[in-house]
Design a binder for this molecule. Structure first.
Ligand code: ZN
Length: 694
């Protein structure tokens, strides 16, 4: 193996002790504050000087991001007390810097100076122009243009909102943790081994606090909680219907009047009212307009139309899905399918119809085979060579790869893989754009990404090491993150705030990732990524057929559920007057009356636990999941027409979307690839629905 090319300027992980990184972050922050101090006293009068200042700041922020990127990465993949302490120590300092930056009048004035000098502005690259426009918009949305009174109100609203969001999620967490329910032997019937192990572990914790609960017969104690894996295990497998109903009720009333200590009703109303006030201060009619101002969608109305149209089209397939559940319901003594029956019945249909378990697929997807197949796929599509090279790493599980342009041999960038689960590593899968491409001020920094998953590690056997074996779900996860990674690495943009995934609208940033997943479903793709761990045999036709048959299982019902959440989110944020708790319930009831096929019980308080929109970044943006799915589907549709391994089509996608990154609005990069606006038809087809039905 060769050593990594020095042009990548990779970190030496033997020199990344937590206190070293903390000091490095703090040192960079001191330099940045000092620069902001000089900006406050010297006011440039010509655009060139203002731009030079902007680039100086950008270069210095790049140095901060390098150190902070390392610290936050290590905190996510190698957490221990020292790293966590260092991480937590710098968080408030970063937030303080961010606030100062967003309120810095003289910095804002520099951006405006460049923007309003037509000669200077027009001579800039498209990427630089876009980055200046996005910066100005971000300043405006952080209230910098307001007069002093309103600025104070704005700051006040922001601080109240961040406290209310924190309280909202604390309440959800506390209400979730407060619930414990001891189960009888009768009630655990049907629950799988994995599920029982979780219930048993809960039982042991419960006994530590309640020793009297110990069963007299020496049997283990099983205790249900409302943690997501436990909830899913019970709703999917427990055959005791009254238990499912009880757990459903407990889960769907978390943080409501049922748990008065943690009731979120007032918090929701206050959050919506403050958001509406903030939007009004900035000149918007409602918060939905403010949220969508930075997204690919043009207006709340456009999103409403999209969601309502899709809901209408999902009705028929969802009706078929529900009928499929109703058909077998009587076998389980169920005469009327209720919300606490759908997961349970779905699982029964799945077992009967497809006889396919993710576990049977594992031997066909050894990780080394999947990776070499993935590299072969992107080589064909984008003409890039991916080569593993030696460099300093944080753990033996990690590896590093260089990405070269196969046509010119030129080094483009690189990425780290860290794919196995271990203690101290955060769950889930993600791509982190550690180093952005930077081409300015004498700097030529190549993009580098971290791609992290949590697959089951390889095992040691008598015959040697057996590689990690993936389920097909895990294969698509790897493809998904790799799609994000290519978006970050293949960028041709050298202005960091709009390079790669940076500056790409929230509702469009999942396009390249969801798009990449399609190749994990294509027979020609599967030929490249599958090979039995013992025999090398590619995935047999019968298993492939079963996988494809199960692909769209219950997709209508699942889509309706997502659309219900998205329409509810948009409706409460687009209302003329921010609704109170009763108004929120009315809006949700109306959405359900339009969209839902299974009647929701009156007591359901789903909204009180909807952290995505009340405590996360999805407010008036929950629709983004479906929006990006439409874009990805429509992009893939062109490959289906021209050949899924067509190199010209691959090159067109690389140029129009992956290389452009955030340097143009997503509507333009998309149109550059498809030659038109997005169409909904491929999404319907890829969902397995009859396109002409609606
Ligand atoms: Zn993603």
């Amino acid at each position: 193996m060769h050593h990594a090319n020095p042009a990548l300027t990779l970190p030496d992980f033997s020199a990344t002790a937590p206190d070293t990184l903390q000091t490095a972050v703090e040192t960079e922050l001191v330099k940045l504050h000092a620069l902001l101090d000089t900006f406050a006293t010297e006011t440039p009068t010509i655009a060139d000087d203002a731009l030079a200042d902007i680039v100086r700041l950008e270069t210095m922020e790049n140095a901060l991001e390098h150190q902070w990127g390392l610290l936050s990465h290590l905190n996510a993949v190698m957490s221990n007390d020292d790293i966590r302490d260092a991480h937590h120590a710098v968080l408030p300092q970063l937030s303080e810097y961010g606030t100062r930056l967003g309120q810095h009048q003289q910095l804002f004035a520099r951006f405006n100076l460049v923007k309003h000098d037509a000669t200077a502005f027009n001579s800039l690259s498209q990427a630089r122009q876009r980055s200046i426009e996005l910066a100005i918009r971000s300043f405006e949305l952080s209230g910098v243009g307001l007069d002093d009174d309103k600025k104070k109100t704005y700051a006040d609203i922001s601080s109240q909102l961040s406290k209310l969001s924190a309280t909202f999620s604390d309440n959800v967490l506390d209400a979730t943790q407060a619930y414990k329910r001891v189960l009888t032997t009768e009630e655990i019937a049907g629950i799988t081994e994995t599920g029982l192990a979780m219930l048993k572990a809960n039982g042991e914790k419960y006994l530590a606090d309640n020793p009297d609960a110990k069963p007299s017969n020496d049997e283990p104690l099983y205790v249900a909680t409302l943690d997501i894996p436990v909830y899913i295990a019970i709703m999917t497998h427990a055959s005791h219907r009254p238990l499912r109903e009880e757990i459903y009720k407990a889960y769907s009333t978390r943080a409501s009047e049922v748990t008065p200590d943690y009731d979120n009703a007032d918090n929701m109303a206050k959050i919506l009212s403050l958001r509406a006030e903030k939007a009004a201060l900035l000149g918007f009619n409602n918060f939905a307009e403010l949220s969508i101002a930075t997204k690919m969608a043009d207006s709340p109305q456009e999103v409403f139309d999209f969601l309502n149209d899709l809901a209408k089209r999902a009705k028929a397939p969802a009706g078929k899905d529900l009928a499929q559940l109703q058909n077998i319901a009587s076998d389980y003594g169920i005469d009327n399918v209720q919300p606490w029956d759908t997961s349970f019945l779905s699982e029964k249909v799945k077992q009967a119809e497809f006889n396919l378990s993710q576990e049977t697929l594992r031997p066909y997807f050894p990780l080394p085979k999947v990776i070499s197949g993935l590299f072969a796929i992107v080589k064909t599509l984008y003409n890039i060579d991916i080569v593993q090279v030696q460099t300093s790493l944080w753990h033996d599980d990690a590896s590093f790869y260089e990405v070269h342009d196969a046509a010119h041999g030129e080094l483009i960038g690189g990425f780290y893989f860290d794919l196995y689960a271990r203690t101290g590593k955060r769950g889930g899968a993600w791509m982190n754009g550690f180093q952005s491409k930077v081409l300015s001020d004498g700097l030529n920094q190549l993009p580098v990404a971290f791609m992290v998953c949590n697959f089951t590690p390889p095992t040691q056997t008598d015959a040697g090491e057996k590689p990690a074996l993936l389920t097909h779900n895990e294969v698509t996860t790897l493809f998904h993150e790799f799609g994000h990674g290519l978006h970050h690495i293949l960028t041709k943009v050298g202005v960091p705030s709009v390079a790669g995934v940076n500056g790409v609208e929230w509702d469009a940033v999942e396009l390249p990732s969801q798009f990449m997943e399609f190749w994990a479903w294509e027979p020609e793709g599967l030929e490249l990524i599958s090979g039995h761990v013992d025999t090398g045999e590619i995935l047999p036709q019968a298993l492939l057929d079963a996988m494809l048959a199960a692909r769209h299982f219950q997709s209508g019902m699942m889509a309706l559920r997502q659309l219900e959440f998205a329409l509810f989110d948009l409706s409460i944020h687009a209302a003329d007057n921010a609704p109170d708790a009763a108004g929120i319930q009315d809006i949700l009831n109306n959405v359900r009356a339009d969209v839902s096929l299974v009647k929701t019980p009156e007591y359901n308080r789903f909204q009180n636990g909807f952290s995505h929109i009340f405590a996360g970044g999805y407010a008036a943006g929950y629709y983004s999941y479906k929006w990006a799915e439409l874009l990805a589907s429509d992009a893939f549709d062109r490959f289906e027409a021209e050949g899924v391994f067509n190199t010209d089509t691959g090159n067109a996608f690389r140029t129009a979307i992956l290389e452009a990154g955030g340097s143009q609005p997503a509507s333009e990069t998309f149109a550059a690839f498809r030659g038109r606006k997005p169409s909904i038809e491929p999404l319907l087809r890829h969902s397995g629905w009859d396109v002409k039905a609606a």
